[in-house]
Design a binder for this molecule. Sequence first.
Ligand code: ADP
Ligand code: MG
Length: 379
Amino acid sequence: MELKEIIRKEFKQRFGVEGTVYASAGRINLIGEHTDYNGGFVFPGAIDKVIMAELRANGTDKVKIFSIDINEYVEFGLNEEDAPVAQWARYIFGVCREIIKRGGRVEGFDAVFAGNVPLGAGLSSSAALESCFAFALNDMFNNGSIDKFELARIGQSTEHNYCGVNCGIMDQFASVFGKKDHLMRLDCRSMEYEYFPFHPEGHKLVLLDSVVKHELVDSPYNKRRESCERVAKRLGIETLRDATPEMLESIKDDISEEDYRRAKFVIGEKDRVLAVCDALVKGDYETVGRCMYETHNGLSKEYEVSCEELDYLNDIAKECGVTGSRIMGGGFGGCTINLVKDDLYDTFIETAKKRFNEKYGHEPKVYDVIISDGARRVE
Ligand code: ADP
Ligand code: MG
């Protein structure tokens, strides 16, 4: 059965009526890593894996929700002190509260939801969940008057204030703004964005999940952020967004070798995002792929956020002749994202599974993704 039918059936059984079905998507980021906090660009797109929910106003001041995947029913009121305990319900409660805090309307409703975004795999199932409900509640109770950026911010604030995750805006932005066959270049300084065509005929996008997550002791993210801030300060600029390779060379002798390498990655990554955008306009997927490999190299050798398993997956991709491959996300585990020619796909996946299993005792998980629409009313 399709996701929608499963949800409709469950909703009918529980609440005896029909509601309206909404969905929002998980996301990938093709290129632009560790650029957000440096005022640079990210380049995400929504994918064909979604959280889907059926909702209906119930005329009370209570929210009644059933999560099909967790197989749990939760009820909560809409005041701050009504926060539910279940983690999944906190995402929805947070969205309600953040809408209300902004002067929007939320009344009691019934809902059933389910999804196929893998949880905690770096595809942002939480943003899909927030965006689905933010979009739905905007449509149901606010005549769609909350603009899309605000919907994304509602999701982001939910993570900050109700889920303890201090995330940027990219995931929710991608989930809300996602458009079929398009990636979105988001300028993390000005928040301007632009759609670029992405329909790589003859290629597939596939993620290989190493299923490892290295817990590191000395807060490596903060260390890298500090390096970037130090170099920017030395250059007399606000963020590395405004730095050029020449500027960096001119202060090379005054900064540590490590700070130099890290800044070099960030500055190079900004240019790579722009190069990928140009290449996409021309339909030049070879250049896109080459930039992906360069990003992986930079993340591994200069920024030092890779790990053995991800480097191994990247090496296998290269050996198989895959067009592009790189770490996706913060690093130290998680997925690689791969742009693979159709006729190489089977060999690549088989080889990667086999060789990874031989070395690490388990296969990577495989997620095929197609760039698709973001938050929407279904039907
Ligand atoms: P991700 O990288 O996928 O966003 P997170 O840890 O941020 O990982 O979010 C995962 C959480 O989102 C889950 O623990 C759960 O609370 C909620 N969630 C995601 N998908 C679902 C789903 N299909 N059903 C219920 N809850 C979900
Ligand atoms: Mg998340």
